[in-house]
Design a protein around this ligand. Sequence first.
Ligand SMILES: *Cc1c(COP(=O)(O)O)cnc(C)c1O
Length: 401
Amino acid sequence: MKNISSKAPKAAFSTRAIHSGYDSDTENGALTPPIYMTSTFAFDSAEQGGARFAGEEEGPIYSRLGNPTQSILETRLADLEEGEAALATASGMGAISAAFWTLLAAGDHIVADKTLYGCTFALIEHGLKKFGIEVSYVDCCNVEEITAALNENTKLVYFESPVNPNLRVMDIQKISDEVHRFNSEIKVIVDNTYCTPAIQQPLMLGADLVVHSATKYLGGHGDLIAGAVVGDAETIQRIRFEGLKDMTGAVIAPMTAFLIMRGLKTLELRMQRHSETALIIAERLQQHPAVEVTYYPGLPTDPYYDLAKQQMSLSGGMLAFELKGGLEAGKSFMNKLQMIKRAVSLGDAETLCQHPASMTHSTYTPEQRLAHGVSEGLVRLSIGLEGVEDIWQDIERGLLA
Ligand SMILES: *Cc1c(COP(=O)(O)O)cnc(C)c1O
């Protein structure tokens, strides 16, 4: 199957996740893409080297600028996200920082959701601000708050959906429409780590760029750190040659690119199973007397249920709940778990559990935690691929504590 993605009608998502961007005929028939473990590439002649550097001839130069294994992954990710081009990076933070440093300069302004992945918040607070970039934090669930914050210096609007800790969902289409109505040059950037393109395709809803921590569901096996940016070819080219090549150097290793492609082959299957199991667990949590509230956009009682139905094909594998009994109840729940791992990160085959008040946010005061939306009894689960009854048994043991 050659160039499967360029044939009309378009192949199914799972077919493209397996085949897109790779032609085994050019690689001695190798079923899986070769891993090009090389830093640099030799030219036929000085003239060829010149043409490559001038961008007049396609082809590899040096692996900080691109590598054939990485290129296959990038073609595949662009296809799955319905973008023109993609850039794979050494980490999710590498992707986000390469995009920010490329698109922003001193004096610019950005709008971001009030809740962000912790290191993205730190990058903005300690990185961008130090270089003279202004930031407005708003509740992106409320589109009017976003449009009220826009000004003539605004260069980008940034959010995750759904977002920690209580799985708020943003209306990607409406936000993109309103922001672009104000100024079509403003880039709307969506962190699509929680959903992956198997569930949600922000570019199809009007966003300009998608960023990923490929460490999570895209890789899917908890064995690598990587990231990606997907969008229009011109912007991705700029991010590759400015933000990545010169400013962050956050280059993905060829071996890591290979492992992500291995993960992508089962992405759709995994997201279906994660979502199915998470819904069953969320329904049971909601019924349980030890649980105050359950946050999961797949629950019909969830405030984001309708919006999630509109823009997400499944509800995903992430859920959170508040335990009655606060901090002590949270700690005791965590310490009763046997199969489920007490760990940060998400999107793996293993179910992972995080209690922010005693783990990631343990150095904050209870007041500071609340300001960050972290209540004392809040527990986050990344539902894995184990049997649903085994997952539930472990959770129930914790709840009985
Ligand atoms: C993990 C994560 C990141 C950062 O990605 P790394 O691969 O750890 O650098 C960014 N955004 C979200 C939503 C994440 O979960």
